[in-house]
Design a protein around this ligand. Structure first.
Ligand SMILES: [Zn+2]
Length: 316
């Protein structure tokens, strides 16, 4: 038996993130959690409540709530795209995760608004100073006040630099949550609507199509007013300004600290699992649907093409 922390064991934590797998007790922030094996080699992720059942431990964590909500399994998600992007998806069998600083929104990954930066600086300087002044039991930093002040400034600088480099190490793939089709999204996300395509999937299908990858987090965006708040260091990619609320975005985030990619990273995806339904836009012409049918056949993809019903004509 190996005690390595593998994709399988990391996935086990992600899929049992919030509660003890033996007694079901929900974890609270800062609870100690343990991943390991029982005597009978069953993999468990438990709190101190059940840690006596561990024969061997792989890793211990301090529990933290996720900074985002995971949608329910059946939540309907849409991705609108032009035909060329769709063809690229099929032939590469991958979803493109865009590097965070390549999005147009300058608030992508932002911690707050510039005007409030001095408040942020003050908060973290105090936080670092207090951490030095009140070390954990048994630790003595043995530093003078001025040394602590200097060290806190250094850590703040590191934090600022980290925020900027994070933008180049974070990769995002966006979806629109909606039980129905949305006319606005056709217009927003396709350059030429009559040659646009929409993939409809669900949260669960997207998760499985990405191979239940424990390095990819999928969750809903929170829309907030930045004027009177900050986002934490690990949370900023789950927040956007209120003016984006109509996007009802669910995003998949992949962080790779070794990434060296200018625009983004293609992540393997199982297309058959991913596509629940395929829609062409309300203004699609017959020739376009024929081309699409040929393309699906070429990739041995048996999916029915639905014509959008948004623009069906009314009578008065
Ligand atoms: Zn327990």
């Amino acid at each position: 038996m190996t005690l390595k922390h593998t994709v399988k064991t990391r996935r086990f934590i992600e899929e049992n993130h919030d509660a003890c797998t033996l007694c079901g007790k929900e974890f609270q922030n800062h609870d100690r959690t343990h991943l390991g094996y029982t005597k009978s080699q069953k993999l468990i992720y438990v709190g101190d409540c059940c840690s006596e059942n561990l024969k061997e431990t792989i890793i211990r964590h301090s529990y933290q709530n996720r900074p985002y909500e995971i949608p329910s399994k059946e939540t309907v998600l849409w991705r609108f795209m032009d035909f060329t992007k769709f063809v690229s998806l099929l032939s590469s069998q991958s979803l493109f995760f865009t590097r965070a600083d390549r999005f147009e929104d300058p608030f992508e990954g932002a911690k707050g608004i510039k005007k409030n930066k001095t408040k942020w600086n003050k908060y973290y300087l105090e936080f670092f100073e207090q951490s030095y002044k009140n070390p954990p039991d048994g630790v003595d930093f043995n530093k003078s006040d001025s040394e602590i002040r200097k060290e806190a400034k250094r850590l703040l600088k590191q934090l600022d630099e980290g925020g900027k480099s994070d933008l180049k190490l974070t990769f995002i793939n966006c979806w629109h949550e909606n039980p129905f089709e949305s006319e606005a999204m056709w217009k927003l996300y396709t350059k030429n609507m009559s040659e646009g395509i929409a993939i409809q999937t669900t949260y669960d299908k997207l998760y499985r199509a990405l191979n239940r990858n424990p390095s990819i987090s999928i969750g809903s965006i929170n829309y907030i007013d930045y004027s009177n708040r900050f986002e934490g260091i690990n949370e900023s990619f789950w927040f956007k300004r209120r003016s984006f609320e109509h996007e009802k975005e669910v995003r998949a985030i992949y962080k790779n600290f070794k990434a060296d990619s200018k625009f983004g990273i293609p992540m393997n995806v199982n297309i058959k699992t991913l596509i629940n339904k395929l829609y062409v836009s309300p203004t699609a012409q017959d020739w376009f649907i024929d081309v699409l049918k040929d393309t699906l056949e070429k990739h041995k993809l048996k999916k029915k093409i639905h014509r959008s019903s948004i623009f069906v004509e009314p009578f008065h």
